[in-house]
Write a protein that binds this ligand. Structure first.
Ligand SMILES: *Cc1c(COP(=O)(O)O)cnc(C)c1O
Length: 357
């Protein structure tokens, strides 16, 4: 850091994305991207006439996209805020609602970006560890006065909590916001969006980067009460009024409306995941019960770091976290059926070379 960097940022802890090495062709299973292309409707939406219109600013209210998202979720457009990926939505949300006084609580093993946001915006945060079995300690969350951010299903564990449990959390206090990050909701999980009718202190986040096959399109959204969305919009117009490109708005609108395609891809991913975990079990792996498009797995005969390394040498990228409690695990995104057969085959060879245990 130079001497010029503002003192405001002395505690920055930048997010470390999964690497994109280009030295060879890899099976890339380290960022939970979809192995499938976006809906064919997206290609149609990115038309020549759209390109011709790029000389004009896009609608900063992003109405077309918000209306599409509202329609498929049975909400009104004034309950939707869209961002350049849900990371940007998170950034707006942390800036808008959390600070040194109004802190926020999240768990020790979850999406790293929550902590990054706290460091960037000087938010006071409390870490409430997951229980021994990696489930959420909801009692501890009930007792905090801070805002709450929970990923459901959680990353990188893939474990989820029920809507009943979330509702109990919402009922325990209406004085603090509860943010539920549903990045993996489409992999056959219930959404809390219907709870918005009853709970004005709930914010639900979703992204187009995983199940909607548009990671590079950079689109995410928050659904909440109109008043919460107005606050977020006030912030956005004070910082980056044209936060979504016309390309993202067109692609996102087409993808949002093609719910059949999303379901088809998600069903395929779930089928591949379930076959893959059976294969892992046969090889002696332990893994957590996944409700997402990745599996969090470990093998008693090889450390997480070594397995990560050996898989990389064999052309397979996975995610390893050098962090307490989860050091021995790898997070493996679910690619195509062929990708996952290759992973199993490679794991078998790696373990064989070591004579299993
Ligand atoms: C991937 C992910 C996001 C961010 O996605 P964007 O690409 O920024 O939309 C947010 N939360 C969780 C839990 C994620 O796994």
């Amino acid at each position: 850091m130079t001497k010029f960097l503002s003192r405001r940022y002395k505690d920055l802890a930048p997010y470390a994305p999964g690497p994109h090495p280009k030295d060879r062709k890899y099976i890339k299973l380290n960022q939970n991207e979809s192995p499938y292309p976006p809906s064919p409707a997206v290609k149609k939406a990115l038309s020549d006439s759209l390109v011709d219109s790029l000389h004009m600013y896009e609608d900063p209210f992003c109405m077309e996209l918000r209306e599409a998202i509202a329609k498929v979720n049975d909400l009104s457009a004034d309950q939707i805020f869209v961002g350049n990926g849900s990371d940007e939505v998170l950034a707006f949300l942390f800036q808008a609602f959390f600070d040194e006084e109004q802190g926020v609580a999240f768990t020790d093993i979850t999406y790293d970006f929550y902590q990054c946001c706290c460091r960037t915006y000087n938010v006071n945060y409390e870490i409430i560890p997951l229980k021994e079995d990696f489930s959420y300690d909801l009692d501890a969350f009930m007792h905090t006065k801070k805002g709450i951010v929970l990923a459901n299903p959680n990353a990188p564990t893939g474990m989820r909590i029920s809507l009943d449990e979330i509702e109990k959390l919402l009922q325990s206090s209406s004085e603090r916001l509860v943010v539920i990050d549903e990045a993996y909701v489409d992999f056959d999980n219930p959404t809390c969006i219907p709870l918005l009718k009853k709970y004005p202190h709930l914010i639900v986040l979703q992204t187009f980067s995983k199940s909607r096959c548009l990671a590079a399109g950079r689109i995410g959204f928050a659904a909440a009460s109109k008043e919460i969305i107005d606050d977020m919009r006030a912030l956005k117009f004070s910082f980056s009024p044209f936060n979504l490109s016309a390309l993202s708005i067109a692609a996102g609108t087409a993808a949002a409306l093609d719910t059949d395609y999303v379901k088809q891809c998600a069903d395929q991913t779930i089928a591949v995941r379930d076959k893959f975990t059976e294969g892992l079990k046969r090889l002696g792996f332990h893994y957590l019960d996944s409700h997402a498009n990745f599996v969090f797995a470990m093998h008693p005969c090889i450390s997480g770091e070594e397995l990560w390394h050996d898989l990389k040498d064999a052309g397979i990228l996975t995610r390893w976290y050098n962090e307490p409690r989860i050091k021995e695990y790898l997070r493996i995104s679910i690619g195509t059926e062929e990708d996952m057969l290759q992973v199993l085959k490679t794991c078998k060879e790696i373990l064989k070379k070591r004579g299993f245990c």
